[in-house]
Design a protein around this ligand. Structure first.
Ligand code: PGA
Length: 272
């Protein structure tokens, strides 16, 4: 039986701790539940990437209730510590018992909307800090736009873009460290409120297949690759069933209790 991973990326939501606790308690009902996938049975493991302000409360209240919940960070500092206002280091996170952080999410990367965002070399530093502490990194990669344009050698531009992103973000990281890498393929055009749609099944299969091929050829076999971008209660199960998809990174739908419960219910519903 395989484990499929669902990461709830709350972003700058919800507005209060009570709703945050409610979201976590919804997940508890489904965590490590068994799901039917095509002809197989799998487990689904749920993780929450929460705003830093909630991290301590959620960990402490789970401890008091003797419950194990998975809390990870949405981002981490590229510095190891010291005079960097507003930053959180991998060492601080590890000492609080946190095992993973997202890095390189498109909303934290340099873009016209985020002129102070990270470039690939900063994402690379963040990953090195996480691995140095023995933590996991969930690296987000994805093209800004998807067109049929090709490179001179006939390669598709968006696949080449992703290959370059991987090369820059994984630069000088040893294979042993990469055993704690997980990738989220998040096409930027399919993410967040501005998204027109989720990627189609064919687009997801093609790109995740390509990412796995590059990882196997140049880095490491068996890295988990998740899909993220406009995953909701209606498409989650179908996307999770796709060839090569090891999990989902869910944004907006994961911080609304009604949608979140519906998404997890549908995911585990055998009849769909
Ligand atoms: P979305 O975001 O599900 O709201 O499109 C996904 C993400 O940003 O991780």
């Amino acid at each position: 039986m395989k484990t499929k991973f669902v990461i709830a990326n709350w972003k700058e939501n919800p507005e209060d701790l009570k709703t945050a606790q409610k979201l976590v308690s919804i997940s508890e009902k489904f965590h490590i539940a068994e799901i039917s996938q095509n002809t197989n049975k799998n487990h689904v493991a749920i993780t929450h990437a929460v705003p830093n302000i909630f991290v301590g409360y959620l960990i402490e209240s789970a401890k008091k209730q003797k419950k194990k919940i998975n809390i990870i960070l949405q981002n981490i500092s590229c510095y190891e510590g010291g005079s960097h206002t507003g930053e959180i280091s991998a060492t601080q996170a590890k000492n609080l018992g946190i095992e993973m952080s997202i890095v390189g999410h498109s909303e934290t990367r340099l873009s016209p909307n985020n002129p102070k965002g990270d470039e690939d070399y900063q994402v690379n530093l963040k990953m090195k800090n996480l691995f140095k502490e023995g933590m996991w990194a969930c690296l987000c990669i994805g093209e800004f736009e998807r067109t049929d344009e090709e490179e001179e050698n006939g390669e598709k531009m968006y696949l080449k873009f992703i290959e370059n992103q991987l090369a820059h973000c994984l630069k000088d990281i040893d294979i042993e460290s990469l055993k704690k890498l997980c990738i989220a393929y998040e096409p930027v055009w399919a993410i967040g409120k501005e998204a027109k749609r989720a990627a189609t099944n064919e687009e997801i299969i093609e790109t995740i297949g390509y990412i796995k091929k590059i990882l196997e050829e140049k880095y490491l076999k068996e890295v988990k690759v998740l899909y993220g971008g406009s995953v909701d209660e209606n498409n989650a199960k179908e996307i999770l069933n796709l060839e090569n998809v090891d999990g989902l990174l869910v944004g907006r739908a994961s911080s609304d209790p009604v949608k979140w419960e519906k998404l997890l219910t549908n995911l585990l519903n055998d009849s769909q």
